[in-house]
Design a protein around this ligand. Sequence first.
Ligand SMILES: Nc1nc2c(ncn2[C@@H]2O[C@H](COP(=O)(O)OP(=O)(O)OP(=O)(O)O)[C@@H](O)[C@H]2O)c(=O)[nH]1
Ligand SMILES: [Zn+2]
Length: 200
Amino acid sequence: MTSTDSTSAADFSVDHPRIEKAVREILAAVGEDPDREGLLETPARVARMYAEMFSGLHKDPSIHLQKVFTESYDEVVLIKDINFCSMCEHHLLPFTGKAHVGYLAEGKVVGLSKLARVVEEVARRPQVQERMTEQIANLVETELGARGVAVVLEATHSCMTMRGVKKPGSMCMTSSMRGVFRENLSSRAEILGLIMGSAR
Ligand SMILES: Nc1nc2c(ncn2[C@@H]2O[C@H](COP(=O)(O)OP(=O)(O)OP(=O)(O)O)[C@@H](O)[C@H]2O)c(=O)[nH]1
Ligand SMILES: [Zn+2]
């Protein structure tokens, strides 16, 4: 198993025919004709789309943080602007935005791409933004044993912009601070300055 494929041996395989059947039902229920030409392939497309959007559901993202490099570096490592696309579990509509993931190294660092892989895998599930933020912070804290972890997510929720309250442009920001970044106000201000501030 490589770090680019954390699917377990007991991989759960998405049930495409079941999704296809359900999508036909939805089309019929909204008054469409699932057998008209333009819709014939839609159930299969939607099944493939869900398989992709929920591909992180049965994966273990911690696997990406297993390989570390021993370094004397003991300052902040921050990856900013990691684009992600997740699915709001309330409406099954996308929420999209950027994740910023930082940690205070202590004798070991992880490959930079691995933080983005963690974000990607945690995003590809039915999610709420707060839980996604915490899951990323938990993984980095636990697997790297970092002295501090800071995760900030900024995202636009389609369920708030396209429907319902309809507030295009609204943005949800969440943060999860661990260790030094939670306990020490000046450390927290420093990392938030790097994430949100003039360094942008
Ligand atoms: N806290 C949180 N709420 C979310 C997230 N994604 C969507 N929601 C909210 O989930 C809520 C679901 O509310 P409900 O009242 O059960 O559903 P609804 O009738 O469709 O609500 P409206 O969106 O207000 O029309 C809404 O307020 C959404 O804005 C998220 O990531 N975190
Ligand atoms: Zn929603």
